[in-house]
Design a protein around this ligand. Structure first.
Ligand code: PLP
Length: 433
């Protein structure tokens, strides 16, 4: 007997949050830490949006509201998705959620039985894999590779689909890679699904970074393609586009009103409703003509930083980094650094259980933090399955340029600090395994 239910053992986490404990420990050891781990814009919410919330509060919008979301918000969200994806959306298909994240949980709860297969990107947002294991579903990672700019070939997906596949997760632009799925790839995916998938397969399309794309790339949704709207849950929200992470405001567009009612029922069971003044702010963000300028300014700043950070990373011997077309992350390959520092050899020398609990990229990430004061996130934090042999770390560029430059200088120093790495291998706290 245990006080804790057995299922909790299979629940994963999001290390970008958990890494805070290690940052605190490193700081206690006197390390000055530059934090490049954050998955949120380093901008404030635009004033016209906060003002809408204030006005709503002043009107007394402090009560429970429709668990599906207030109609003005759902109308604004439906109009936004209809316009940007070129599809028909009714406010009855929209459910307001406290962030985009609950859409992941709700999709698993609504569509996936234990034993069903779920295809999801690896590397990908860690919460996908967490829910697969939590529900006792079968994880089927779709491994994204650097050579494909972290997209995939439709044929690779086809090889993974079986009659038992219930959920296919797509995420574009991607966390952690910044990679995007082009209209051509999406068309290939749609054809594969039409050919190979059963009628009950749902697509979960995570489009939270929809507004953060660069170099002329325009976000494309699988739901825009013929036959796909009927089986796709579009999950998106305000957190990234409008720098509103702390507001907890997202939404899902369901394939039909009946499935939206299911999400509404899940809201009733979990959260009752999203705060009405937060929904008012979101409505304003989606409808106000002032928003486009605020989003564009943030996007331009991210692009500027990306164009400094990626070339600087590529100058570090042993580092190779793609230019991401979306989101605000860069995802360098650090295999060469791991080789020259002896990280692989050290990893291979660990006893089996300790070796399995870490990876070369994880060891490098911890070395960077504890010995060089740069906090990044390792590849394994974005899905353990499919991570073998992939030596990558994620840097968030949601930090100002002077901070990023300082971080890059430290990164470069760490990359050639073989003596430091040898010391690190004898430092139990820093190793963490
Ligand atoms: N999906 C992806 C791919 C993300 O990166 C994030 C946040 O980091 C979320 C969903 C969750 O967004 P929210 O903060 O709106 O719940």
């Amino acid at each position: 007997m245990s006080a804790i239910a057995a299922r909790v053992a299979s629940l994963g986490t999001e290390n970008a949050f958990r890494i805070g404990e290690d940052i605190a420990k490193a700081k206690q050891r006197g390390v000055d830490v530059i934090r490049l781990t954050l998955g949120e814009p380093d901008f404030d919410t635009a004033p016209h949006i906060t003002e809408a919330a204030r006005a709503s509060l002043a009107r007394g919008d402090t009560h429970y509201v429709d668990p599906q979301g207030i109609l003005p918000f759902r109308k604004a969200a439906a109009a936004h998705i209809a316009r940007t994806r070129g599809i028909e959306v009714s406010p009855d298909d929209v459910v307001a959620l406290p962030g985009a994240k609950p859409a992941i949980a709700y999709s698993f709860l609504a569509y996936v039985n234990p034993g069903d297969e779920v295809v999801y990107p690896s590397p990908g947002f860690p919460i996908y894999e967490s829910w697969v294991t939590f529900l006792g579903a079968k994880p089927v990672p779709l491994v994204l590779r650097e050579e494909k700019a972290f997209a995939f070939e439709p044929a690779e997906l086809e090889a993974l689909l079986t009659p038992r596949t219930k959920l296919l997760i797509l995420c574009s632009p991607s966390n952690p890679t910044g990679g995007v799925l082009s209209p051509q790839v999406l068309e290939g995916v749609a054809r594969v699904i039409e050919r190979k998938a059963g009628p009950d397969l749902r697509i979960f399309s995570d489009e939270i970074y929809e507004d953060l794309t660069y170099d002329g790339f325009r976000h494309a949704s699988i739901a825009s393609l013929p036959g796909m709207r009927e089986r796709t849950v579009i999950a998106t929200g305000l957190s990234k586009s409008f720098a509103m992470t702390g507001w907890r405001m997202g939404y899902a567009v369901l394939p039909n009103a009946a499935e939206a009612r299911l999400f509404k029922q899940l809201n009733i069971n979990y959260v009752s409703c999203v705060a009405p003044f937060v929904q008012e702010a979101a409505r304003e963000a989606l409808e106000s003509p002032k928003s486009a300028g605020a989003v564009a300014a943030m996007r331009e700043e991210f692009r500027r930083r990306r164009d400094v950070v990626v070339p600087a990373l590529n100058e570090i011997p042993g580092v190779r980094c793609n230019l991401p077309l979306g989101a605000f992350y860069v995802f360098p390959n650090v295999e060469g650094v791991c080789r020259s520092l002896g990280v692989h050899a050290f990893h291979a020398s660990l006893p089996k259980d300790r070796r399995a609990a870490t990876s070369p990229a994880t060891l490098f990430q911890r070395f960077l933090l504890y010995y060089h004061g740069v906090a990044v996130v390792d590849r394994r934090s974005f899905g353990v399955l499919g991570s073998e042999g992939q030596d990558f770390v994620r840097l968030s560029i949601a930090a100002d340029l002077p901070t990023l430059k300082k971080g890059l200088e430290r990164f470069a120093k760490a990359a050639s600090d073989a003596d430091g790495f040898r010391r690190f291998t004898g430092d139990a706290e820093a190793l963490g395994v």
